[in-house]
Write a protein that binds this ligand. Structure first.
Ligand code: NAD
Length: 507
């Protein structure tokens, strides 16, 4: 695919979503497709002043939107889900163009948006508070949940739209306007999603205030303007742990709320009783899918000594035969890395692993399309030690494999890293499975059995512990972060008894 083709496909796809690309001047933000490594558009960058104006618009929108009954707010999200269904193919293509994902993964990401809209519509009638027993006669105690305020959403390049929607669909039914600062590497998908949402807003009518959902295009500095604004009640930030270390303290310093969804260093454990064929397929998808550029990508694998010589040769075969290529032109399973910096980080990690005695299989660069694009074969590394690059997230397709003999020892190594996002055990042994899921098992926010580390469903709360940031979004009760809770005690008696039997009699 030549660059003019891709540029044209980009502008046609954006137009089909109802989005126009307002061209940026020289020095604006150049959007590069990793499929070819060449620019497909140039956008104007919005600065701190633009961010402040957006926040003011969103605050005004909040005053109106919080008074719209939650089930009505759900109706807007229902209409958005309908529009997403119509725009699915186009949005999926934008994900492929900007993030380099295969059509199936691009469509899958849009499907996640549709799924969370459905979830949020139901939720709009279930924003339940508790009724709580009170110790005082003639009193009633209850919780009420109110809209929180403006929600700032910062997202990473590798999931250009689904995480926004996990936040936005919930925030909208909870009564909160949203401002989205997408990755500077994938702003077009964001503008396309916003245009699709605007179609739903137009159908919904005047009850939806201006400024309910906005997109802020720019890099880290633009994101910081959002982070620093004390008019933004909640910052939900997805990205690297490096970013979280900056954003988290800033939001905390102004007593704002923060959901951090940061990097992981996810691992799997293959036990002697595992269904080896199933484990192999799950590991292959978990480690090589999306070219290793998922927050939940499997990066470490602990294999029991007794099955090491069965699983590792099979993995080597899978690594040497997996197809790498432009996923819009071929049926390749592994697409491009996002950019040259990702290639450099991968090469440095492999070099470091070799220096520690690691045996590296595959992992070389593949010539696909223009030289500006970066395609690699995923690397499988047999490591004699759990050390060095194994201990950190390198955002590229590298799977470090290590032997273990005792499950407790494997779990200890499994947990001995900064990341705490996703984990998996492959076993048919009930004791091993329950140990892994128990309090002394995996310390991650996601712990799976006989499933890889990636590919979560929206119904569960998504997120992880430790350097992954502790945030939860998407399903379960994640909605609570987007609302403020009030505890109400009502006295319907003719007395004024004080709690804990305290007496304060003014006669
Ligand atoms: P990144 O941290 O470079 O950027 C993420 C976003 O943060 C971008 O929008 C960027 O502009 C913004 N940003 C960066 N510095 C900022 C600052 N100081 N203030 C405000 N905003 C700032 O991450 P990336 O390279 O786009 O994405 C890959 C990383 O994201 C990986 O570490 C991956 O594990 C992680 N990730 C985590 C999850 C999750 O749910 N836990 C999901 C996807 C990606």
């Amino acid at each position: 695919m030549t660059t003019p083709d891709l540029r044209q496909i980009t502008s046609e796809t954006m137009a089909a979503c109802g989005a126009t690309i307002a061209p940026g001047a020289e020095g604006g933000l150049e959007v590069v497709s990793p499929l070819t490594g060449q620019p497909v558009a140039r956008l104007a960058v919005q600065d701190a002043a633009a961010a402040a104006a957006m926040v003011d618009r969103a605050q005004a929108a909040f005053r109106a939107w919080r008074m719209v009954p939650a089930p009505r707010r759900g109706e807007l999200v229902r209409l958005f889900g309908e529009e997403l269904r119509r725009a699915k193919a186009d949005l999926g293509r934008m994900v492929s163009i900007e993030a380099g994902k295969s059509p199936s993964e691009g469509l899958g990401e849009v499907q996640e948006m549709i799924d969370i809209c459905d979830f949020a519509v139901g939720l709009s009638r279930q924003l339940y508070g508790l009724t709580i027993a009170t110790e005082r006669p003639g009193h009633r105690m209850m919780e009420t949940w109110h809209p929180l305020g403006v929600v700032g959403i910062i997202t990473a390049f590798n999931f250009p739209c689904a995480p926004w929607c996990w936040n936005a669909a919930l925030a909208l039914v909870c009564g909160d306007p949203v401002i989205w600062k997408p990755s500077e590497k994938t702003p077009l998908t964001a503008l396309a999603c916003q245009a699709v949402l605007e179609r739903a807003v137009a159908r919904f009518g005047a009850e939806a205030p201006e400024g309910l959902s906005q997109v802020l295009v720019g890099g880290p500095e633009t994101g910081e303007a959002l982070v620093d604004s004390d008019k933004v009640a909640l910052i939900s930030a997805t990205g690297s742990t490096r970013m979280g270390r900056i954003v988290g303290p800033k939001v905390a310093a102004r007593f704002g709320r923060c959901i951090l969804e940061l990097g992981g260093n996810n691992a799997g454990i293959v036990c002697p009783s595992a269904d080896m064929d199933m484990a192999l397929r799950a590991i292959a998808f978990g480690a090589m899918g999306t070219a290793g550029q998922r927050c939940t990508t499997m990066r470490r694998l602990f294999v029991h000594d007794s099955v090491y010589d069965r699983i590792v040769p099979a993995l080597k075969t899978a690594y040497s035969s997996v197809t790498v290529g432009n996923p819009l032109e071929t049926a390749a399973l592994v697409g491009p890395l996002i950019d040259r910096a990702a290639l450099d980080a991968m090469a440095a990690a492999l070099e470091e692993a070799s220096a520690l005695g690691g045996i590296v299989h595959e992992g070389g660069r593949v010539a696909v399309g223009p030289e500006t694009s970066v395609y690699v074969r995923p690397a499988l590394v047999e490591m004699p030690v759990h050390d060095g690059p194994v201990l950190r997230e390198t955002f590229a397709p590298i799977l470090y494999v290590m032997r273990y003999t005792d499950l407790d020892e494997a779990i200890e190594m499994h947990n001995a890293v900064g990341g705490g996002l996703s984990s998996a055990i492959f076993t048919t042994d009930l004791r091993e499975m329950e140990t892994f899921l128990s309090a002394r098992g995996s310390d991650c926010g996601i712990a799976n059995v006989n499933i890889g580390t990636s590919g979560a469903e929206i119904g569960g709360a998504f997120g992880g512990e430790k350097e992954t940031g502790g945030g939860r979004e998407s399903g379960s009760d994640a909605w609570r972060a987007y609302m403020r809770r009030a505890t109400n005690t009502v006295n319907y008696s003719r007395e004024l008894p004080l709690a804990q039997g305290v007496v304060f009699d003014i006669g």
